[in-house]
Design a protein around this ligand. Structure first.
Ligand code: FAD
Length: 384
């Protein structure tokens, strides 16, 4: 079978790209290879997480014609509160300061998966994966594990941080472990969240609470590897007490907690974003610490810029791919750099660092220009 574009990985980023390609370039044939069946409860991209979408990402999903189907499940973030547990520094952001209705929106990833899978009409190869890739000047010849042979003029790799396809293309990647795991769960508190998102820096790593619909909050609690087993095996009451100690009483008592899931955290960066007739996007190109909620936001910007750069008769022409790579570099460096700095700075108990970050948070709150700059970047109002 001959295709114009083959996307490997039908998760958050790959499926969004496939949808965008079909909408923007209806004359091109698009296929998706996905390893895990859509109805498999272990689909790793559309699991029980919720994610914070920046205001820029919401605009991007609107541009792609997806937001209308998602909006009713989203909880707007009206305020963000960042503080060090037991420290004196804190910073606050408010939607009204930026003349926007919301600083971002919180959505369950499963909702995004359902909408994408319902709307997507391209060719699905699932469950399947790529076993072999042969290089050619005008197309790549791809053999799937099922034995099916395909030819594609452009291959877009979106199969996640460990990306077997990136490796098949001979593209290297670096991995730096953060020595932290993220435990996620939905929680209920005594006081209503009123659209506040919280980020607390604690002695074992950050703790984030994102507001959800029906007055629930989604927790991301970062712990050291040696604490994972004990934390996961706490009964609900013990876990709620631990949260209370780490977060404090700003939302009153923690009353209920749902099922807990755990993710090891590392920074993975592909050595290059481009090869002959191939590109790497989303987590396959950059897996980040979830501290600032930037992973999918960054992957979505990979997609939006790619849709802008593809033109002409040949989607795999090096000029379009080189233009995309050039336009992505600045945004990637800034977002990865800021996220990595925050993850390392706030994971350290060293006293001068503790003092410095408290002073920094306090100062940030009183320097509107610096705060505005950070907000501009973290809220994703530039595509790069
Ligand atoms: C705890 C936590 C909280 C987060 N919070 C936020 C947030 O608030 N905001 C935000 O923007 N981001 C957040 N993120 C990051 C976000 O979840 C990721 O950036 C996003 O899921 C990346 O999507 P992706 O499609 O690139 O990769 P993945 O989600 O990893 O999807 C990869 C897909 O490829 C498939 N696949 C794997 N191998 C193969 C193969 N060989 N062949 C074919 N298919 C294959 C997988 O089955 C999957 O469907 C968070 C992440 C974590 C862990």
């Amino acid at each position: 079978m001959k295709l114009d574009i083959l996307v490997v990985g039908g998760g958050m980023v790959g499926a969004t790209l496939a949808w965008g390609l079909g909408r923007r370039f209806p004359h091109w044939s698009v296929g998706v290879v996905e390893a895990v069946a859509q109805d498999d409860s272990h689909q790793p991209s559309f699991d029980d997480r919720v994610i914070a979408l920046s205001a820029g990402s919401v605009a991007g999903l609107e541009e792609l014609g997806l937001w209308g189907d998602l909006q009713h499940q989203a909880q707007p973030i009206s305020h963000i509160h960042v503080a060090e547990k037991g420290g004196f520094g804190r910073a606050q952001l408010h939607a009204e300061d930026y003349q926007v209705q919301a600083l971002g929106q919180v959505l369950p990833v499963a909702a995004i998966g359902q909408v994408l899978h319902r709307k997507l009409q391209c060719q699905w190869f699932c469950p399947d994966r790529i076993a072999e890739i042969e290089q050619g000047q005008d197309a790549l010849a791809v053999t799937l594990a099922s034995g099916q042979r395909l030819q594609t003029r452009l291959l877009v790799v979106a199969d996640g941080g460990n990306s077997p396809t990136r490796a098949l293309l001979g593209m290297g990647a670096s991995r730096q472990d953060y020595g932290q795991h993220a435990i996620i769960a939905n929680v209920r508190t005594q006081k209503p969240h009123q659209g506040w998102a919280f980020e607390r820096f604690t002695e074992t790593g950050p703790l984030a609470l994102l507001p959800m619909t029906r007055n629930r909050l989604n927790l991301v609690l970062c712990v050291r590897p040696e604490e994972v087993e004990a934390t996961l095996s706490l009964d609900d009451q013990g876990f709620l007490q631990l949260l209370q100690r780490r977060f404090g009483w700003r939302l009153g008592a923690f009353l209920e907690v749902g099922e807990r899931h755990c993710y090891p955290l590392s920074l993975i960066q592909a050595d290059s974003l481009r090869a002959n007739r191939a590109l790497v996007v989303g987590n396959a190109a950059h897996s980040l610490h979830p501290i600032a909620g930037q992973g999918f936001n960054l992957g979505l910007r990979d997609v939006l810029v790619l849709l802008d750069c593809l033109a002409g008769d040949d989607p795999g022409h090096w000029q379009g791919l080189a233009a995309w790579e050039g336009r992505r570099q600045g945004d990637l460096q800034r977002t990865i750099g800021t996220t990595d700095t925050l993850a390392r700075l706030f994971a350290n108990d060293h006293f001068p660092l503790y003092l410095g970050r408290n002073l920094g948070l306090g100062l940030l709150n009183h320097l509107p220009l610096a705060k505005h700059r950070l907000a501009w970047q973290m809220l994703g109002w530039e595509k790069g």
